[in-house]
Design a protein around this ligand. Structure first.
Ligand SMILES: *Cc1c(COP(=O)(O)O)cnc(C)c1O
Length: 372
């Protein structure tokens, strides 16, 4: 049997006619860069999140960067985040001329450990970026409390957490701004690159709208030096369609996660992800932890199972992060997770047979005989 890591074709197949019609509409109205389709999607996505505004941008990295810029983060500032995230979180900080400062994560949720914040606080700290890794929100209440007590902004990296919830509130709506990626493989994915920021702050929204469009307050009148971070009309039109199926797709991901968990129950060699009590996890990534990760990965690949590692090297140990001055051992939990994480196939259209097959292959690889 072959099980792909991700099957976008299966997800898109039932919607192709709708996509064709939507793309034709964009072509007919020539609204390619920004424009009415983007505005429509912004309203729909803000409403989905329960936020006042959404600002469509070019991708998730833009979203993080513009949110930080709009908050006034700049040279000499420090922004606290976690080392076990996609590089974009740290890139956005660096591209504001600020410095990423890392704190270790909680070993059960894999997200920012609020108890670690205090020791990373300096006079220069301006903001915190918790990352809702794999689709599970970070523990926001203590992070908010710490931010309030110290006058810090919170920018949520919700690039993997569309529709996830923290105590009933949507991920991305709890801090000052929430950043989303619509990279094709994300829970809500475009047909190319796209991203968005959500916020309840009208001033922040205005800043980001200007920054994404060359700092224009009106056409060819530039109040500030911005950049081009606009969202495409075609991407927005596609996202409007796919947004209507997001809740159902997330529910299926949750169902599959449960099926995996049950298949691995009683196998001590395979640690399954936990859903925090406060969370509705949306399993952008379903990652187990195994001791012999690389051998397990090889075995799965040989058996036709697509798998991946998110992420093999924490940012503080990447070549790109060398100048930040951290050494091995600085963040023991993040480092251990990087050695043990193994992401298994996860997408809404996954079948029970595929899940059973993947679980059997993993069990074989860790040396457990299974009878399913
Ligand atoms: C995907 C992702 C990003 C960046 O999004 P792009 O759209 O690829 O620029 C940022 N942070 C995290 C955690 C991500 O997974």
């Amino acid at each position: 049997m072959k099980v792909p890591f991700l099957d976008l074709k299966a997800h898109h197949a039932p919607l192709t006619e709708e996509f064709d019609r939507a793309i034709r509409e964009v072509i007919e109205s020539s609204a390619f860069a920004g424009g009415p389709f983007v505005e429509k999607f912004e309203e729909e996505f803000a409403s989905f999140c329960g936020s006042s505004y959404a600002i469509g941008v070019g991708n998730g990295t833009d979203a993080l960067w513009l949110a930080l810029l709009a908050l006034g983060i700049g040279e000499g500032d420090e922004v606290i985040t976690v080392p076990n995230t996609f590089i974009a979180t740290a890139e956005a900080i660096t591209y504001c001329k600020a410095r990423p400062v890392f704190v270790d994560v909680d070993q059960d949720t894999f997200t920012m450990n609020p108890a670690e914040l205090e020791k990373s606080l300096t006079q220069r700290t301006k903001a915190i970026i918790p990352v809702h890794l794999f689709g599970q929100p970070a523990d926001m209440d203590p992070i908010l409390e710490f931010a309030r007590a110290n006058g810090l902004f919170i920018v949520e990296d919700a690039a993997q957490a569309h529709g996830a919830q923290y105590k009933g509130r949507k991920a991305g709506t709890i801090g000052d701004a929430g950043c989303f990626s619509f990279y094709p493989g994300k829970n809500l994915g475009a047909f190319g690159e796209a991203g968005a920021v959500v916020t309840n702050d009208p001033e922040l929204r205005k800043q980001m709208q200007m920054l994404r469009d060359h700092g224009q307050s009106r056409k060819y009148y530039h109040s500030t030096m911005g950049w081009n971070c606009r969202m495409d009309g075609i991407q927005a039109a596609i996202l409007s369609i796919k947004l209507r199926h997001l809740d159902e797709a997330n529910s299926l991901r949750r169902k599959h996660a449960l099926e995996y968990n049950q298949a691995f129950a009683g196998i001590d060699e395979v640690l399954t992800p936990l859903e925090a009590k406060y969370a509705r996890h949306v399993y952008h990534v379903y990652a187990v932890r195994v001791q012999e990760r690389d051998a397990t990965l090889r075995h799965l690949q040989e058996q036709g199972v697509g798998c991946a590692v998110h992420y093999p090297v924490p940012i503080h140990l990447q070549e790109a992060g060398r100048n930040l001055g951290y050494t091995k051992g600085a963040f023991p939990i993040a480092e251990k997770l990087a050695d043990e994480f193994l992401s298994l196939p996860m997408f809404p259209e996954l079948t029970e047979e595929q899940i059973e097959y993947v679980a059997r292959c993993v069990s074989e690889a860790v040396g457990v005989e299974v009878f399913v």
